[in-house]
Design a protein around this ligand. Sequence first.
Ligand SMILES: [Zn+2]
Ligand SMILES: [Zn+2]
Length: 349
Amino acid sequence: MTEKMKAARFYGVGEPLRIDKIPVPKLDPGDVLVEIKACGICGSDIHIVYEGVTPTAYTPMTLGHEPSGVVFGIGSEVKDWKIGDRVTIHPFLTCGQCINCLSGNSQICLSRRVIGIHTEGGLAEFLKVPAKNLVLLPVNIPFDQGGIIVDAVATPFHAVTNRGGLKAGEKVAIFGCGGLGIHGIQIAKVCGASLVIAVDAIDSALDRAKKVGADEVINPRKENPIEKIKEMTGGMGVDLAVEFVGLKETIEQAVKSVRVGGRTVVVGLGPETISLPPPTTFVRTELSFLGSYGSTTLEIQNVIDLVAGGNLDLSESITERFQLEEVNAGLERLHQKIGNPIRIVIEIK
Ligand SMILES: [Zn+2]
Ligand SMILES: [Zn+2]
C-alpha cells in the first residue's frame, strides 16, 4: 500500500483547510485501519474552522468526526473484524473504566476525546481507530448515510430516547430543524409520539420538517411558539421539548413550552448563560432540565438497525456531496447555510 495519504487539515481559525499528503497511520495492536469512503461535516466543524469556539487539541489536525468506510488493516490483537468489512465509526474515544463508562454512559466518559477535535479525524483517505469504535454497516446503508448516522442521527436519538425518555403517545416539541433537529423529528415519530411540533425560524426548514413527519410547525418570527404550543396541546404544553439550536432565547422558550412535570432536553451548543424559571415555579411544577451530548456505540447500532430495517429513512438527509479536494467549498456552504443544508458529506475516493 501507499505510505502517504491525502488529509484535509486545519491550521488555524479563519484559514481554509489544506489538503496535505501525510503518512498513513501505523497500527497499534488493538486498532483497525479504515479506508474512509465518506465523512459528514457538521456544525461543530464550523465552530472549529470559522468561529474558534471549539479549539482543536493541536494544529495542524485532520478534521472530521462522521466517517464511514471499509476495514483495510487490522492490529495483531483484533479478533472481531476482517479486511473488507463495511463500517461506521463512533467518534468518541472513551476509557471504559471511569464511573460514566462503567454505568453505560460512555458519551460522558471523564477522559472522552473526539476524533477530528482532540485527535486525527476522518477527512482523510485512512483513519486509525480502536476496534471497539467500529459498528458494522449493512450493505443496504450507503457510506454517506453511515457517516452521518454517528452524529447527526445518533445524537438526537440519544437526546429523544435516553435523556428525553420519550414514551409512546407523548407530545413533543422540537426546537431547530437543521441537521440534528430534522432527525429528532423522525426519531420522535418512530418512537410513537402522538404529536410532534417543529419550531424553526426558516420556512423552508419547516416545509422539510412536515415532509419527514412533523404534525405541526411554528415559525417563531411569525407566532409566539409558547402560546402556539399550549394551544396545540389543549393548554397543557408538551411532555418533552428538545432544543437543537443552543441560543438562550430558544432554550428558554423550550422550558416554557413543557407541561407541568415536563422535560426539556438541550442539545444545541452555545456560550450564553441561560435563566430558568424561579424555584417557586421550577420546584412546584417538577420541571426537568437536561443536557444531552453525543451518543453511545450501542445507540449508533440502534440507529443503524432502524435505518437498515426501513423504519428510519435518511434518503433526504444528505443535501450535497463534495470531493475531499472541495472540502472548503462544502464548509463554506454549511457555514453560510447555502441551499439550507441538512448534512453535507465529503466523498473520499
Ligand atoms: Zn458533530
Ligand atoms: Zn470513561
